[in-house]
Design a protein around this ligand. Structure first.
Ligand SMILES: [Zn+2]
Length: 300
């Protein structure tokens, strides 16, 4: 696209424009809304192929982790170009490989959180007073949505256990990070992903976060037997480490809920290494290292 798009953080307005530019450049893509954020910002999805039974990629769950959104746009654009021109991507013949495959991508699940982490409390519009209060005015490390709920703690997977752990750690209400909300699936962004998985009978999910160069695949007894091998194949492609979450990261996540609910494979990729927010210069090296694994993640 629009290499300029990949050289700046993805504010909501830039995401909105990029979604429409992709759609007009590549008719093979479907671009549509899957819901709205607390503040009414559209949650965009990009679809490639017949979407029933698609693989789902989702990023931008956490405000500071907007590099994941740029990476997913980057991948969609490369994939659409390869499908349009017939050229291989990462040495893989995409036209043949995608014959029986399809992909759904939600680049930014938490546009309000990204806006707040980039633009400060004013980006929370009517919720500015709440965001100002719970962040003490410093939103540079904001991860939650506009109501101060951490979306990756809001899914119905071990939510009660997680809620107790949060309280033991003194997290009792809205904040910049790690508050799981008043009840599971209380947030519109969470429900949009739940409805999307149900509507398209999604085959497997990959949630993108930063950072750590790690891949997670396990959640409880419903983890499919093949998930470990899939994680190992993906890890060997990109050199990331297969890992298991601990502490407050061990319940309530999107991939946790998907595994528990559907008994199908779900993964979390922690992309890059360093301190969040990762600098924009990291996008290209991270993407170059992951592109083959991203393709395998759909084809596997
Ligand atoms: Zn995250």
């Amino acid at each position: 696209m629009y290499s300029e798009f990949y050289q700046n953080p993805p504010t909501f307005e830039r995401i909105r424009r990029a979604a429409y530019e992709l759609k007009s450049s590549y008719p093979c893509l479907k671009v549509f809304s899957v819901g709205r954020s607390v503040l009414g910002r559209t949650l965009y999805a990009i679809g490639i192929g017949p979407l029933k039974g698609a693989t789902l990629f989702a990023g931008g769950f956490h405000g500071m982790e907007w590099l994941t959104s740029l990476m997913l746009f980057r991948f969609c654009e490369d994939l659409a170009r390869a499908l349009t021109t017939g050229q291989p991507l990462a040495d893989i013949d995409i036209t043949d490989a995608f014959e029986n495959r399809s992909l759904l991508v939600v680049p930014c699940v938490n546009p309000d959180g990204v806006e707040i982490s980039l633009g400060g409390p004013q980006a929370a519009l009517s919720l500015t007073p709440l965001v100002e209060r719970v962040s003490c005015g410093d939103t540079s490390h904001w991860q939650a949505n506009a109501r101060g709920v951490d979306l990756n703690h809001n899914y119905d997977a071990g939510w009660q256990a997680l809620h107790q752990m949060e309280q033991q750690e003194g997290i009792c209400g809205p904040g910049p990070t790690r508050y799981g909300g008043p009840r599971p699936h209380s947030e519109p962004e969470t429900m949009a992903m739940v409805n999307l998985c149900r509507a398209f009978q999604v085959r497997q999910v990959y949630a993108f976060h930063s950072q750590g160069e790690e891949i997670y695949y396990r959640y409880g007894r419903n983890t499919p037997a093949r998930s470990q091998l899939m994680a190992e194949v993906l890890a060997s492609s990109c050199g990331y480490t297969v890992a298991a979450p601990t502490g407050l990261a061990s319940h309530g996540g999107f991939k946790d809920w998907f595994i528990e609910k559907y008994r199908r494979p779900g993964f979390t990729f922690e992309i890059g290494r360093g301190e969040n927010p990762l600098p924009i210069e990291d996008l290209e090296p991270i993407y170059a290292r992951l592109i083959e694994a991203l393709l395998l993640a759909v084809l596997i």
